[in-house]
Write a protein that binds this ligand. Structure first.
Ligand SMILES: [Zn+2]
Length: 304
């Protein structure tokens, strides 16, 4: 399933410029995900600078996310105002290709990672640092053309320069998968004291980042729960103190490690099935349970 999106992206090699770029374009929703290809690889006009603070980025990497599948399924139709055809891809990094006349802080050729939301910085929410709740914003790849293309239109406020040691293609997913995990892990770490316990459910795309963030931000003991041996091995590499198989007895195993009390924080990166009830059962009295936002959540995205 991922391959049907990823294969289209792999074709996006640089070609001669003629005012058109290559892009993987979504033309129709596919509720059952049965189409042979979800997106069409085709020529579309290059994005253009419209506002003084606009920046065009030559895409070096664009993550394929589960959210993309939900977009293809049409699940987000009622939440997001987007007209087809459009270009998905909300996890982007690359090199600055062109800047508007008011842009400061980045110059052509800089390698950058793109915060997913583009904001003006003028409203109260932005001024408080809560850009995700800005009055005026766009979300390339969600409600505007995104990064499954050679070029992406974004804004200077969304760009963070990359050090030379990081290639855009290696870090693009941090703009969503990384940010989401960081947000939850940061919240949990603020309350965790040395010697307390943090359970992380799921050591996949988000969870393996969450483990590293918790480990970097606090001295709690990290217990990771996952079904797959491969993910548990990765969890250990990422800094987990305990790796527990989700084989049906994971609640008991967590209680045994925490002297019957449960963990002070449980961060659930699965968010569906029995992970929800089990996560609560692993949480100590007065502890906190944090959950990634998912398809059934009514919450707005909240990354920052
Ligand atoms: Zn994503």
């Amino acid at each position: 399933m991922w391959a049907r999106l990823a294969a289209a992206n792999c074709k996006l090699k640089k070609t001669a410029r003629d005012g058109n770029m290559k892009a993987a374009v979504l033309h129709a929703f596919d509720e059952k995900l049965t189409a042979r290809e979800f997106v069409k690889y085709e020529d579309v006009p290059d994005p253009k600078i419209k506002r003084p603070t606009d920046v065009i980025v030559r895409v070096g990497g664009a993550g394929v996310c589960r959210t993309d599948l939900h977009i293809v399924e049409g699940i987000w139709r009622s939440k997001v105002d987007v007209k087809l055809p459009y270009i998905m891809g909300h996890e982007n990094a690359g090199w600055v290709e062109a800047v508007g006349p008011g842009v400061e802080g980045v110059k052509v050729g800089d390698s950058v990672i793109c915060h997913p939301l583009v904001t003006s910085g003028h409203c109260l929410a932005c001024r408080r640092g809560n850009d995700m709740h800005a009055l005026d914003s766009s979300f390339p790849g969600i409600n505007a053309d995104g990064g499954y293309a050679q070029y992406l239109l974004t804004g200077q406020r969304s760009l963070i320069k990359l050090p030379k040691s990081l290639a855009p293609k290696d870090v693009a997913p941090y703009t969503d998968a990384g940010l989401t995990a960081y947000r939850a892990a940061k919240k949990a770490s603020r309350h965790l004291l040395p010697g307390e316990y943090a359970v992380i459910i799921g050591a996949g795309g988000l969870g393996h980042i969450g483990i590293q963030v918790v480990s970097a931000l606090c001295a709690a003991e990290i217990i990771v729960v996952d079904r797959a041996d491969k993910s548990l091995a990765l969890a250990k590499e990422c800094g987990a103190d305990h790796a527990l198989k989700a084989d049906g007895d994971e609640v008991e195993a967590v209680l045994a490690l925490t002297k019957g009390k449960g963990a002070e924080a449980v961060i659930d990166f699965v968010g569906e099935g029995d992970a929800v009830a089990k996560g609560l059962a692993m949480t100590r009295n007065g502890g906190s349970r944090l959950r990634r936002k998912d398809r059934d959540s009514d919450d707005r995205h909240d990354y920052v």
